[in-house]
Ligand binder design. Structure first.
Ligand code: SAH
Length: 360
């Protein structure tokens, strides 16, 4: 499969190659695709995995995405919102553990108070860490002024998944108040504000074709995205999509494999971006994140949220590690990453080389 490596290096991986990769069954041919993607990873971003300690600050959400376990209409879960101090404390735990960066993620609200709260949190984190903690936000769609205030306060990366680059599929997953075009606009606003911009999709959605996924990869490329976070779709019991994939249990392996193929295809096509090996992969197999690293990902997002909140932040069924605290996570991860011959970039930001290349 060396031709894929060569083709990637000359920037020529296109739709047909991606579709071919996504269509492969497990076996020798697919293994050599993963090897080619891994070689591209080594060449463009190296074999160091960078950490972002994730703080899941609230499951109160103004959105009603049909797939998501913390959607506004989900009944029967305990809603929580961490205080400013709790969020700062959890993010600083990520700093103390040597992760170098934090991701602040949660339900999405839009209000002057929400903007102010995170502006203050970002400033405190910068102050307490002497400017050393890298801050990624995942706070949904906001206006340019809000994005700018958070950037000016010290956040420098932002994750906002497009969920699917097919507008019809996007529309089938969201109420009409959540609009595909405004999400694409938000990605542009984030760039204008100066962020390293991350996006991603859910993989294996009902009604999603391999062609859609191939177009998703091309969308990342067209939008000149710096970071990718994507993972398999996993139904959640409290959502309208709970039964959207019949007999999901028996499809876990193929869902995981499709997620890994997307990582490999994205690495081969985009080369120098950061790609997360997401928790959704780990929810499908205990070593799902290691498999993600071997397929071409280079970022891991260990959970640093206080254990008492973790049960309440379940975007999908079977979320792993809800009973482990942050330091247990740290040692477990260290072993896992070393087991595949990689090292962890402790105390480093591990920024997307693509961002440096595009803004040079
Ligand atoms: N409001 C924030 C965080 C949302 S949750 C934001 O907009 O960025 C983060 C991601 O979890 C979502 O973008 C979605 O892709 C993923 N997610 C939600 N429900 C899921 C499910 N059932 N299966 C897999 N991924 C899911």
């Amino acid at each position: 499969m060396n031709y894929l490596f060569e083709k990637s290096c000359s920037g020529e991986i296109g739709y047909d190659d991606i579709l071919y990769i996504l269509g492969l069954e497990a076996g020798a041919e697919l293994d050599s695709v993963f090897e080619a993607a891994y070689k591209v990873k080594l060449k463009y971003v190296g074999n160091t995995a960078y950490m972002r300690g994730i703080v899941e600050f609230s499951n109160v959400c103004g959105c009603d995405c049909y797939y998501c376990g913390i959607r506004k209409s989900a009944k029967g879960l305990v809603r929580y919102t961490m205080s400013e101090d709790e969020i700062v404390e959890a993010a600083m735990e990520s700093y103390r553990l040597g992760y170098g960066s934090t991701v602040i993620q949660g339900g999405e609200l839009r209000s002057p108070e929400f903007t102010r709260k995170f502006e203050s949190i970002i400033r405190q984190l910068k102050e307490k860490s002497d400017g050393k903690l890298g801050i990624t936000l995942s706070l949904g769609e906001q206006d340019l002024e809000t994005y700018q205030r958070w950037f000016d306060a010290g956040a420098h990366r932002y994750l906002l998944r497009i969920e699917s680059s097919n507008p019809e599929l996007f529309a089938s997953l969201h109420p009409s108040s959540q609009n595909f075009d405004s999400r694409v606009d938000a990605l542009r606003l984030l760039r204008t504000a100066g962020y390293q911009v991350g996006t991603g999709v859910m993989i294996g959605l009902p009604g999603q074709r391999l062609e859609d996924l191939a177009n998703d990869v091309l969308f990342f490329k067209k939008m000149d995205i710096d970071m990718i976070g994507m993972g398999p779709f996993i139904p959640h019991d409290l959502t309208p999509m709970r039964d959207s994939i019949p007999d999901f249990e028996s499809k876990k392996d193929s869902q995981l494999l499709l997620g890994l193929k997307m990582i490999a295809a994205t690495r081969l096509c985009l080369r120098d971006v950061n790609i997360a090996s997401t928790t959704a992969l780990q929810a499908l197999a205990h070593d799902g994140r290691e498999q993600g690293l071997l397929a071409g990902a280079n970022i891991i997002m260990p959970n640093v949220t206080e254990v008492k909140y973790r049960e309440s932040y379940q975007l999908y069924n079977g979320k792993p590690c809800t009973d482990e605290n942050a330091s247990m996570c740290r040692s477990c991860l260290g072993r896992r990453v070393e087991s595949i011959g990689e090292s962890i970039g402790y105390n480093q930001w591990g920024d997307s080389p693509h961002f440096a290349n595009r803004t040079r």
